[in-house]
Design a protein around this ligand. Structure first.
Ligand SMILES: [Zn+2]
Length: 111
């Protein structure tokens, strides 16, 4: 299978996500310093907390996605990309076009 197009897509998404993660780290720092300044105002602290939680869960999503991409990139290197992790059959190319980090074929993902 020609993995070039998927490799490019994965590399691009990885770059985008790493940038996003940096922005989220910065938001976390901002939220922290804001909460220090506003520590005397109790009414603000729950909003701050919610903002932090929101950033935190976004970061988790981005990190999970980055893990999946790293795994897909590793599989390209090992020449196992495009084969199902569970049954070893080829993953439908259409699935990889929708999500290049896909690791299972249609049959296995539906189970
Ligand atoms: Zn499978």
């Amino acid at each position: 299978m020609d993995t070039t197009q998927f490799l490019e897509k994965l590399e691009k998404e990885k770059t985008d996500l790493e940038l996003l993660l940096k922005e989220l780290e910065k938001d976390t720092e901002d939220a922290k310093s804001n909460s220090d300044e506003a520590s005397t105002e109790i009414s603000d602290s729950s909003d701050q907390y919610e903002a932090m939680q929101g950033i935190f869960s976004k970061k988790e999503v981005v990190k999970k996605r980055l893990d999946k991409i790293a795994y897909a990139l590793q599989r390209i290197k090992e020449n196992t990309y495009g084969t199902c992790k569970k049954c070893g059959k080829a993953i439908e190319e259409l699935r990889l076009k929708i999500d290049p980090a896909m690791t299972t074929c249609r049959d296995c993902s539906e189970k």
